[in-house]
Design a protein around this ligand. Structure first.
Ligand code: NAP
Length: 335
C-alpha cells in the first residue's frame, strides 16, 4: 500500500470507537496531535447495547450507555479529533508510516493506537439480540446490580461464567449455571467456590434454545434442551448472563504483532509505555489487550495511557529509557 497524499498522512490514527478509542482521541486532540479515529462497525462499542450504566464515575443517577458514548464522542470532537464512521479493512504494520485502508481510501499514520475492543460471544438467538439490555447481559459487574433479589441464570462453564455466577450470588436470590456439558472448564479453585455456594445451582448438559419474553420486552424465562436426552423444559428467570467467552477484534493485525494465545494484543503493561506493543509506534488500549477487567472505566484509562505514550514517543523519548530494550525509539519512528 502507498500513502496517497500529504492530506492522508496523520501523526496518529486510532482504530476503534469505544471508551478506549474515544479517550485516546480526546487526550491526543488536546495534546495537538490532530488524531484521526476510525470508529468501525460498532461505533460506541459495547456500551451501545447497554441501557443504564451505574458504575461509570461522575453519574450518581446513572447514564444511558448510548448517551454516554455520544457525549464522549462529542468531547473528543470538540477538541479537534477527526472521527470517521469508517471501518479499517486492512492494516499494514510492516513499515512506517503504517498504512490503513478504510472507506476505500488509504491512510498513512506515524503512530497507531489499536482500540478495536473485544466482542462477547453470543448464543446466536434472535431473542437474545432483542432482549440484550432488557434482561440479557454479557457483564455481571455491569448489570448484576439490577437483579438484586431476583432469579438469574448464567450460560457457560469457563472461568468467566463461574466468576459471573459467584458475583451474582452476592446479589441475586438464586443463580442457575447452565452448561452444555457435564464438567466445567473453569479452574479448580473457581469450580470449588461455585460448588460451595448454596445459591448456585448447576444445570448440566443444557443449552438455551429460546429466551422469553420478547413481546413483553423483558426476560421471564428460558427454554432449555438436554444435550444428552433431548428433553426440553423451561426455567423461570428474570435475567440471563451469557458468559461463553470473548473474541478480541485482532484479525487485522494477526501475524503482524505479538498476540497472546487467545488473540489479545500483548502490551508491556505497567509504567511509561504500558500500552506499547511489539512494534514501536503501535500502541494498544482497552479490551483488545485486556481479557480481565473489561470495564468502560479501565478501557478509558488505558486509552488515556496510550495517547500519552504516543505523545512521548513522537516527542522523541526513547523506549530504551522506559526499559523497553529492543522496541526501537521515537527517532526511528520519525525517519
Ligand atoms: P472460555 O474459557 O472459552 O469458556 C467458554 C465457556 O463457554 C466454555 O465452558 C464453553 O463450553 C462455553 N461455550 C462456548 N460457546 C458456547 C455456546 N455457543 N453455547 C453454550 N456454551 C458455550 O471463556 P472464558 O470463561 O471467558 O475465559 C477466557 C479466558 O480468560 C480463559 O483462558 C480463562 O481462563 C481466562 N479468565 C480467567 C479468569 C480468572 O483467572 N479469574 C477469569 C475470567 C477469564 P465448553 O466447556 O463445552 O467448551
Amino acid at each position: 500500500m502507498e500513502a496517497r497524499s500529504e492530506g492522508e498522512l496523520y501523526r496518529l490514527v486510532i482504530i476503534g470507537g469505544g471508551p478506549a478509542g474515544y479517550t485516546a482521541a480526546l487526550y491526543a486532540a488536546r495534546a495537538g496531535l490532530h488524531p484521526l479515529l476510525l470508529e468501525g462497525d460498532e461505533p460506541g462499542g459495547q456500551l451501545m447495547q447497554t441501557t443504564t450504566v451505574e458504575n461509570f464515575p461522575g453519574f450518581p443517577d446513572g447514564v444511558q450507555g448510548p448517551e454516554l458514548m455520544q457525549r464522549w464522542r462529542e468531547q473528543a470532537q470538540h477538541f479537534g479529533a477527526e472521527i470517521r464512521a469508517e471501518t479499517a479493512t486492512r492494516i499494514d504494520l510492516s513499515q512506517r508510516p503504517f498504512r490503513i485502508e478504510a472507506g476505500g481510501r488509504e491512510i498513512a499514520a506515524e503512530t497507531l493506537i489499536l482500540a478495536m475492543g473485544a466482542s462477547a460471544r453470543r448464543l446466536g438467538l434472535e431473542a437474545e439480540k432483542r432482549l440484550t439490555g432488557r434482561g440479557v447481559s454479557t457483564c455481571a459487574t455491569c448489570d448484576g446490580f439490577f437483579f438484586r433479589g431476583k432469579r438469574v441464570a448464567v450460560v457457560g462453564g469457563g472461568d468467566s461464567a463461574c466468576e459471573e455466577a459467584l458475583y451474582l450470588a452476592k446479589l441475586a436470590e438464586s443463580v442457575t449455571l447452565i452448561h452444555r456439558r457435564s464438567e466445567l472448564r473453569a479452574s479448580r479453585i473457581l469450580q470449588e467456590r461455585v460448588r460451595a455456594e448454596p445459591k448456585i445451582n448447576i444445570n448440566w448438559n443444557a443449552v438455551v434454545e429460546d429466551i422469553y419474553d420478547v413481546a413483553a420486552g423483558k426476560v421471564t424465562g428460558v427454554a432449555l434442551r438436554d444435550t444428552v436426552t433431548g428433553e426440553r423444559r423451561e426455567l423461570s428467570i428474570d435475567g440471563l448472563f451469557v458468559a461463553i467467552g470473548h473474541v478480541p477484534n485482532t484479525a487485522l493485525v494477526k501475524g503482524q504483532l505479538e498476540l497472546d494465545e487467545h488473540g489479545y494484543i500483548r502490551v508491556k503493561g505497567t509504567g511509561p509505555g504500558a500500552t506499547a506493543t511489539s512494534i514501536p509506534g503501535v500502541f494498544a488500549a482497552g479490551d483488545v489487550q485486556d481479557p480481565f477487567y473489561r470495564q468502560a472505566v479501565t478501557a478509558a484509562a488505558s486509552g488515556c495511557q496510550a495517547a500519552m505514550d504516543v505523545e512521548r514517543f513522537l516527542e522523541g523519548s526513547s523506549f530504551h529509557d522506559w526499559g523497553l530494550a529492543g522496541t526501537g525509539s521515537a527517532a526511528d519512528a520519525q525517519r
